[in-house]
Design a protein around this ligand. Structure first.
Ligand code: LIP
Length: 285
């Protein structure tokens, strides 16, 4: 897909646009959060919720992105998309960690990525610029292909992210998540039972974008989850790989809804082997 890569100057522009719009949407979901925020509707299951602010934030992001880049496509978690007339499609999660947002748990994020290829087809797309903002903690992660990854906290100077040597698997702090369907959660719990005796501990933060950025920033050593959509992972994927990390599916495949895993090179293969065995054992039952 390197042949589809925009020139360096355009990658920088795409990164700046992503940063600008995630900060604005982040302010909107914090400042305009209704005091009586509730569930506007549900999607795949009764616990897969949408609030009015998910749609409002997506509408704002779409408006700003189409004003800045009228020919680009738009592919978001909520309603409303657009086909690309350029090589770029914006993949957007207006609130990643919506359940945390509803409960007031300060671990949710706005995630915006510019990708090449078709984000609806696993293995047929990749992010080239992007940003993830947690509007409560003031953490802003951003990256562009070949340009490295940065973390900025509030008005502090941005720091360049570079993964350090990871611990062994047995000492590794691993993040994961659970889906909205009961049978999916039961399967994920069975896999976790196989995994947890072999690692330091598990963290369930509730936002894949923040989990994957956490691996890039060193607040987690690794992460895995089944059931992610392109918008949950697009921007954080690039933050991680530009920080020197590895982001794949199982057995080194392309990232896929069946499984994604994230870690530093030295830990990734051990985590992949552990997960492949665990999934095989659980699926045999
Ligand atoms: C969430 C993911 C999280 C997963 C949740 C949910 P959403 O995305 O970020 O990793 O465990 O089930 O899918 O629905 O808040 O955008």
């Amino acid at each position: 897909m390197d042949s589809m890569l925009p020139p360096a100057s355009e990658l920088e522009e795409l990164e700046n646009v992503a940063v600008e719009v995630v900060l604005e949407a982040g302010r909107l979901i914090v400042d305009d959060r209704p005091a009586d925020l509730g569930v506007a509707k549900t999607k795949s299951t009764a616990t897969d919720i949408v609030t009015v602010m998910d749609q409002r934030a997506q509408d704002l992001l779409r408006k700003r992105l189409s004003a800045a880049r009228p020919h680009d496509g738009f592919f978001g978690e909520e309603e409303g998309g657009a086909e690309a007339r350029s090589s770029i499609t914006w993949v957007v999660d207006p609130i990643d960690g919506t359940v945390n947002y509803l409960y007031g748990v300060p671990a949710y994020a706005v995630s915006v990525a510019a990708v090449v290829g078709d984000p609806r087809v696993p293995g047929a797309w990749e992010p080239v610029a992007g940003a993830v903002a947690n509007p409560v903690t003031g953490e802003l992660f951003h990256a562009r292909r070949g340009g490295g990854a940065r973390l900025q906290r509030g008005s502090d100077e941005p720091v360049t992210l570079a993964l350090s040597e990871p611990p062994d698997l047995a000492q590794a702090l691993i993040g994961t998540g659970f889906g909205y369907a009961a049978d999916r959660r039961a399967w994920q719990a069975s896999v976790l039972l196989e995994v947890i005796p072999h690692i330091r501990d598990i963290r369930r933060i509730g936002s894949a974008a923040l989990d994957i950025c956490g691996v890039a920033a060193g607040t987690l050593d690794g992460y895995y989850e089944r059931g992610l959509n392109p918008w949950d992972m697009a921007a954080a994927w690039l933050v991680l790989t530009e920080a020197g990390g590895v982001f794949t599916g199982l057995d080194g495949e392309a990232p896929h809804s069946s499984m994604v895993l994230a870690a530093a090179p030295g830990l990734h293969s051990a985590l992949d082997a552990l997960l492949s065995d665990a999934v095989a054992r659980v699926d045999l039952r």
